[in-house]
Write a protein that binds this ligand. Sequence first.
Ligand SMILES: C[S@@+](CC[C@H](N)C(=O)[O-])C[C@H]1O[C@@H](n2cnc3c(N)ncnc32)[C@H](O)[C@@H]1O
Length: 261
Amino acid sequence: MSQLEFDESTARQLEVLYGTRDVLRRRQLVRDALGVARGERILDVGCGPGFYVAELLEHVGSDGSVVGIDSSQPMLAVAAHRSEGHDNVAFHEADATSLPVENASFDAALPVQVLEYVAEVPAALAEMYRALRAGGRLVVWDVDWATVSLHTTDLARTERILRSWDGHLAHPSLPQTLTAQLQGAGFDDVKLEGHTFATNELEPDTYGGFLVPFIAQFVVGRDGISKDEANAWEAEQRKLAQRSEFFFACIQFCFTATRPG
Ligand SMILES: C[S@@+](CC[C@H](N)C(=O)[O-])C[C@H]1O[C@@H](n2cnc3c(N)ncnc32)[C@H](O)[C@@H]1O
């Protein structure tokens, strides 16, 4: 079955998720890893609703520039709206494996939670390598979905639901192989940091709290999971939350690397 579609409905839901405190924290971690200076040229691959693009425009100032690329037109529409009024930003509808940009034309690039959706990761890494100048920096962020820990009274059902959720993307555990893939693409200084996103609140303002209904909606009709089963799983999580027994944790990984100078 097909992966998650980044259509208008997903764009609306991600717009909400990306305004939550957990994702604000994630953006801060990414910006710290990227270490952007004024005047730099930044490439956001899979820019989604454009939160990074808008924030990075403030950091690079009027002498710098930001290019956002995404394969989804609905995402690009939201992103363009967010950066209205700037003349040092451009958006392109394109695939991460075929970037419409000049060789060596960027100081830094960031695919944040994008490569896990891209079937041909080596092709996308080769494109970002080509787009970066010598000494240019890359920050890659992805989730290892095998690290999800969720309290449940029905382990077999939760396992079934989470394995079906793995079908929402191409590589459920991309961080496990990304170091070797980055090195294989020619990048140097490959480092990783893991960041835990954990919550005891089943509230849309937390990463885990947002995901439970999102997952329940996604898995219906996949891998033999009926609407009743998905609803029962979500209801169990809500019941646990009423008893202060909701628990969600996962590890998200921030990789940094440079194109050799
Ligand atoms: C989970 S969202 C992340 C958005 C953004 N990077 C952020 O963190 O705010 C993933 C984005 O990657 C885009 N995407 C997925 N596969 C892609 C591909 N092969 N080429 C370009 N963009 C892609 C989707 O359209 C979506 O906007």
